[in-house]
Design a protein around this ligand. Structure first.
Ligand code: MG
Ligand code: MG
Length: 259
């Protein structure tokens, strides 16, 4: 069942979403060669708690950290640790915050210094995928339209769309119904209605779409072919007047533009 949220609940989610957004902004400003992913995790944990939120990932099915930090060919679910970022890396930073009983979930992929032109294009295209999916967050559109929008941006340009990981409903739980594949057929699936909230998260690769789960830690998920992957995510509400990006990074939280 897809839970619909009231206007008041969406407003509470937007408040939590501003913390999530500001945390990602803060992290992006601290990404540089030499910093470890564990240091970023500590900064995020402190930042979220200082603002009255709780890092939702910590302890989630035993996950040991407050953010996911996934460099290069690691797509998602990386455990922050001793990995030291280096010039030319990209790093997916994924943050989930619980605030007033609701979760918001958002991710960005950030370059470390100068990156290769094809990697830069990957980041751009993945953001375009998220923008195209966001535009589908309107009453009457269908779940298949959302996945199709992502696929239609990425695949004609030769990028891989990860299929074994999905976008999802979000609210009182981090993962609510439905699961939304980041590919699909237009005009199929459940119809979107006002008050539905989804965490839309395209994961796009410079290679194929197959994945490999780390046997070492059981969490980290890599591209099977070792190609680089990018990941952007927003928590977005469907409203009568169109998409409401609850994790938008904007001036109201002392930010400018999108990372
Ligand atoms: Mg996330
Ligand atoms: Mg998510």
């Amino acid at each position: 069942m897809i839970v619909r949220k009231s206007r008041g609940e969406l407003e509470a989610m937007r408040e939590g979403g501003t913390i999530t957004a500001a945390c990602l902004r803060m992290l992006s400003e601290n990404v540089r060669a030499g910093v470890t992913t564990r240091e970023l995790d500590r900064m995020a944990d402190e930042f979220i708690r200082e603002r009255g939120g709780v890092p939702e990932f910590k302890g989630y099915q035993g996950f040991p950290a407050s953010i996911c930090a996934s460099p290069n060919s690691m797509i998602v679910h990386g455990i922050p640790g001793s990995y030291r970022l280096k010039e030319g890396d990209i790093i997916s930073l994924d943050v989930g915050v619980r605030y007033e009983g609701f979760v918001t979930d958002s991710a960005i992929t950030v370059p470390v210094g100068e990156i290769a032109p094809d990697t830069e294009a990957l980041l751009r295209v993945t953001q375009q995928c998220l923008a195209a999916a966001t535009d589908q967050m309107r009453p009457g559109r269908r779940l298949g339209d959302v996945g199709h929008a992502i696929q239609s941006v990425a695949e004609p340009r030769g990028y891989g769309v990860v299929r074994d990981l999905v976008s999802h409903g979000v609210g009182r739980q981090m993962h609510e119904d439905p699961q939304i594949p980041n590919y699909g057929d237009p005009g199929t699936g459940a119809r979107l209605q006002p008050g539905m909230v989804f965490a839309i998260e395209p994961m796009i690769t410079l290679g194929g779409h197959d994945i490999r789960v780390s046997e070492w830690d059981g969490w980290s998920i890599y591209t099977a072919d070792g190609s680089q992957a990018a990941h952007f995510e927003h928590t977005i509400a469907v409203t009568e007047s169109g998409p409401w990006v609850l994790t938008e990074r904007e001036d109201r939280v002392g930010e400018t533009g999108v990372a």
